[in-house]
Design a protein around this ligand. Structure first.
Ligand SMILES: [Zn+2]
Length: 241
């Protein structure tokens, strides 16, 4: 195997490692997105519960007001019973009518307020059903993501082992150094020089001398002699034929 072939082998493993690492970064983000969506549904449910608390509180408040009015009526009537003068008696009758009217109005409001209770409960039931449905979906999705994370981590560990093996075959330190330095900036690092003399990495046409060097390099490889680094004049990728 020539040094360039060994480098291409190494690059193949590195390509897989890059993809796995990208996926490993992406998976928790996808999980976080789903979980965030669920917290929106949870907020709807909280709002529906708050709505019910409000509606129940309103009914209780009206009840208390009605009780107070009933007590007031009872007292007015009791006092009226003990009155001697006709004039005072009539004044009390007017007051009693006013309070009675207030109480009637309040009781109508109470009925309307109680009518709101079932719809408040229905909103909770709806929101709860939506939350439960979404949650089971999100839980299943997150479990799948966790499984995938574990699988990717295992694949990655395997690929790292493979890489250590493949790296041993790249015996020329010049090639190793060049490859390692370039691979953070350019990918892939090793690219074919096409028959038209174009770098397959950046697609720039190379001067004829690069084609000659690449051909000579291929020949050196065939003869088992040490190869040189032939690089693209534009992007610096290692070129081979
Ligand atoms: Zn190039």
């Amino acid at each position: 195997m020539t040094i360039v072939e060994a480098l291409i082998d190494l690059q193949e493993v590195d390509g897989r490692i890059r993809e796995l690492e990208t996926e490993l970064k992406d998976l928790p983000r996808r999980k976080a997105l789903e979980t965030a969506r669920l917290s929106g549904v949870s907020a709807d449910l909280q709002a529906a519960k708050a709505g019910q608390d409000y509606a129940q509180g309103r009914v209780k408040g009206i009840e208390a007001d009605a009780d107070a009015l009933k007590e007031k009526l009872r007292q007015l009537k009791a006092t009226q019973m003990g009155l001697k003068s006709n004039k005072e008696y009539q004044q009390y009758s007017i007051q009693i009518d006013l309070v009675q009217h207030e109480l009637d109005t309040l009781e109508n409001t109470q009925i309307a307020a109680m009518d709101d209770l079932p719809s408040a409960q229905a909103r909770i039931t709806d929101a709860q059903a939506r939350f439960d449905e979404q949650k089971s979906g999100v839980d299943a999705f997150c479990a799948e993501i966790d499984e995938r994370i574990a699988a990717v981590q295992a694949e990655l560990a395997e690929a790292q082992k493979e890489r250590a093996e493949k790296a041993k075959a790249v015996t020329d330190p010049k090639f190793v150094l060049y490859y390692e330095r370039l691979r953070t900036k350019r990918w892939p690092v090793v690219a074919a020089l096409t028959h038209d003399g174009v770098c397959d990495g950046c697609h720039l046409v190379q001067p004829p001398s690069i084609g000659q060097l690449a051909d000579a390099n291929a020949k050196l490889g065939e003869e088992g002699k040490p190869q040189r680094i032939v690089a693209c004049t534009m992007c610096g990728r290692i070129l081979y034929r």
